[in-house]
Design a binder for this molecule. Structure first.
Ligand code: ATP
Ligand code: MG
Length: 756
């Protein structure tokens, strides 16, 4: 007799139930957002285990993120208890690693091989480029790395990269380097992230016995978010499922948003050709969102031509339910007003964060602010902090903790406070100024010996002959830069000082020249920083604010409002979702429009669809009429996506009257909008906001140092490590002019000589 029916089946609708109970053979659940695909997948595992169709370690389940895997495991444990622990549940990478550890020798790796992070990866690639005499100007390392990664996404080892893919110069060189890179990794007994999948795939392909072993091992295979699998992942699955074909994939073509990382939506659209006889289940009832949110989302996504097309029915409240609110669409004055409005709304909703127990089991479910680009987060973070609303950022550091922002802040700190050695260390050779390890060590030793700050030591060192000429010049130029920037403080608005520093230091240029996929985002963040500085009257006031912000941040709990990118929000759900920045060029993003045409526009629209469908009860879309981009105010147009939301489901509380009339007046008052294109360009000194900012009031503490050369007198005989013995001719500041017996007359740092 079969075991009694478990409680979790009772809650499913008939289609979901069919997807759960069709255990044998391929099953595809291709359905819209919030229809219970993830729930089906979790329940299916529970059901398999409950019926004892397989032992837990013979079930393989793939999720999109580690976090999703954790959540699924928790839900599973809640249904069937601790056996959930033994299920092979994780991301493609995590699962591949588990297999690779067992068969490492098959691809030339040894036990305990290491996995390189992105930094190591790039460093290694650069070394190889030097060895191969490759010109990093012609072939930017990050661009080469990108090509290699795309090949890996497609499951192509170097020998398999087709000639057609490597014909033009850069591609051909990339393929050659790819070969060397893989060889070098093996010599180092290491692999990179992409290799986890690639190596495992290669093993399965080259060793039918191993493939057969895994095909026998896993009785059931399940995959969430199948629309975002890349070719390597697709092939990996196909090999593993080749025997029994007990493969269940769930996904939604309307939510395919990772093509820029090699994902191919074609994988899901081709499923029933790849697996003939597959049971295809379509779920139409959405259990997550209100009918208005669904209506708005459906109206939007209908503008995509390249889709299967499916509509959703709200399972909960009816559209005429008085409790069901329309999607709020609001136009605001500028980004600051937008942030203020969002946080006001959050407070007005009096939203008690729910600890747990919702849908997919997200712990911090409640309210989310979902942005298109990370630079947008800053304004919200500032506002949330000011109002004391707890929040956390998912999928990346908070704004002021980002690498490029910390670097930029280090420049500002050093200018405001020349004794700030930590700031000095951080940026003295960022961007590269040709200061090697040895020079910097000399500097450290000297500063410590003399008990003076690094900047002061650098000044002395640059005026001496201690360093090689190249390093000396570089250090001198850096000190001169800092002095010049200090002189600007007080005379111009702090945001312009900031802009000037980013420009003249070459720091902004460094990221603009960078070819990595995250570099444009970093440039945007720097521009956003300049905007943040513009809100303060003095540089000191800004830095004080930052110090306080950092202080609260380090205490931040992982609760409260969730701030994250739209990309990271896939699969999650929240009671209330805010979708700010729906403006042309921001969302849809200018980069997507410029580079990818219609296909990219449709991917942006799918991203908007993902955003809207994260909401259970309320969704708020907003756009600003003006953005301060760097030092320029710039008018923005509401996103085309705003217009695509059907009127019936939205409530435009926007003060559109604000538009024409007032903006024109504003433009007059502040001297025009600045150029609209190119968007966000870093150019120093064009201060559209200058009129708002009072002159700074920075003051400088000048360090008082005695000029006696640390107790060494003129005429004294001294010894110097590099130049040997000599006699002191004169002493000034921390520097000595010494007539060396062998080296001749040199200027040296007083701390570096000892009485002979
Ligand atoms: P997405 O496409 O966004 O990943 P999804 O299709 O995976 O969404 P789920 O996250 O599984 O959808 O489910 C959405 C919400 O609906 C969850 O809160 C889930 O618990 C709930 N739900 C799903 N099916 C049912 C059902 N039959 N009865 C009640 N609630 C359900
Ligand atoms: Mg899901």
């Amino acid at each position: 007799t079969p075991p009694p029916e478990p409680p979790w089946l009772a809650g499913l609708n008939p289609e979901q139930r069919r997807a759960v109970e069709t255990l044998d053979g391929p099953v595809l659940v291709l359905s819209g957002a919030g229809t219970g695909k993830t729930r089906v997948l979790t329940t299916r595992i529970a059901h398999i285990l409950h019926l004892r169709r397989a032992q837990p370690w013979r079930v393989l389940a793939v999720t999109f993120t580690n976090r999703a895997a954790r959540e699924m495991r928790e839900r599973l444990a809640a249904m069937i208890g601790p056996v959930a622990e033994s299920v092979w549940l994780g991301t493609f990478h995590a699962l591949s690693l588990r297999m690779l550890r067992r068969h490492a020798e098959k691809v030339g790796l040894r036990d305990g091989f290491s996995i390189l992070d992105a930094d190591d990866q790039l460093r290694l690639l650069k070394q190889l480029m030097v060895d191969a005499n490759m010109d990093p100007k012609r072939d930017p390392p990050k661009a080469l790395m990108g090509r290699i990664q795309r090949w890996k996404d497609r499951g192509l080892t170097p020998d398999r990269v087709p000639d057609a893919d490597a014909r033009e110069g850069a591609a051909r060189r990339a393929r050659e380097l790819y070969t060397r890179y893989q060889t070098r990794l093996l010599e180092l007994n290491a692999c990179d992230f992409g290799d986890l999948l690639l190596h495992t795939l290669a093993i399965l392909q080259a060793h039918p016995d191993i493939a057969a072993e895994y095909q026998r091992k896993f009785d059931y295979i399940l995959v969430d978010e199948y629309q975002d699998t890349n070719v390597a992942q697709y092939l990996w699955l196909r090999l593993l499922a080749a025997g029994h074909r007990n493969l269940c994939c769930v996904g939604d073509d309307d939510q395919s948003i990772y093509s820029w990382r090699g994902a191919e939506v074609g994988n899901i659209l081709r499923f029933d050709t790849d697996y003939p006889g597959a049971a295809v289940v379509r779920l139409e009832r959405n259990y997550r969102s209100t009918p208005t949110i669904l209506g708005a989302a459906a109206g939007l996504i209908r503008h995509n031509t390249d889709r299967l097309g499916k509509d959703l029915i709200a399972a909960g409240a009816a559209a005429d339910d008085p409790d069901v609110r329309k999607v709020t669409v609001r136009g605001l004055w500028d980004g600051e007003a937008e942030a203020r409005w969002v946080v006001e709304e959050i407070e007005a909703l009096g939203h008690e964060m729910r600890g747990s127990g919702n849908g997919t089991g997200n712990a911090a479910a409640g309210t989310a602010i979902l942005v298109r680009a990370t630079f947008q987060m800053r304004e919200f973070e500032d506002r949330l902090m000011t109002c004391g609303v707890p929040y956390h950022v998912i999928g990346g550091p908070r704004f002021y903790e980002r690498l490029e922002i910390r670097d930029a802040l280090a420049y500002l700190r050093l200018v405001a406070q020349p004794d700030d050695d930590l700031a000095f260390e951080r940026i003295v050779n960022t961007p590269k100024r040709g200061l090697g390890e040895t020079s910097l060590q000399t500097l450290q030793i000297m500063a410590r010996a003399a008990g003076i700050p690094l900047l002061a030591a650098a000044r002395d060192l640059a005026a001496s002959d201690e360093l090689k000429p190249r390093a000396r010049t570089a250090l001198g130029a850096f000190v001169a830069d800092v002095d010049r920037w200090r002189a600007l403080v007080g005379g111009m608005p702090p945001s312009e000082v900031c802009a000037t520093i980013l420009e003249e230091s070459g720091y902004a240029a460094m990221w603009k020249a960078d070819k990595s996929p995250e570099a444009p985002g970093r440039v945007e963040n720097l521009e956003e920083l300049v905007g943040a500085v513009a809100e303060f009257e003095t540089l000191d006031a800004f830095l004080e604010h930052i110090a306080l912000v950092m202080e609260t941040e380090s205490k931040g709990a992982a609760a409260g409002v969730t701030l994250m990118t739209l990309h990271a929000a896939k699969g999650l759900e929240f009671d209330v979702v805010f979708l700010p920045g729906w403006e042309e060029d921001l969302f849809p993003h200018k980069r997507a429009l410029d580079e990818g045409g219609q296909a990219s526009l449709e991917e942006e629209r799918r991203l908007a669809y993902v955003g809207l469908t994260r909401a259970r009860t309320r969704a708020f879309v907003s756009f600003a009429a003006n953005r301060r981009i760097f030092n320029n105010w710039q008018a923005s147009m509401p996103s085309r996506f705003v217009d695509e939301l059907p009127d019936a489901f939205v409530d435009k509380t926007s003060d559109t009257g604000l538009y024409g009339a007032v903006t024109a007046g504003f433009a007059e008052e502040f001297g025009g909008w600045g150029t609209r294109h190119p968007r966000r360009t870093l150019a120093a000194g064009s201060g559209g906001s200058a009129g708002r900012v009072a002159p700074g009031t920075g003051t400088w503490k000048v360090r008082d140092r005695s000029g006696d050369g640390q107790g060494i007198r003129v005429g004294q005989r001294v010894f110097h490590q590099k130049f040997g013995y000599g006699t002191v001719q004169s002493a000034e500041g921390g520097k000595l002019a010494v007539n060396f017996e062998k080296a001749g007359r040199k200027t040296v740092v007083a701390g570096f000589v000892e009485p002979a």
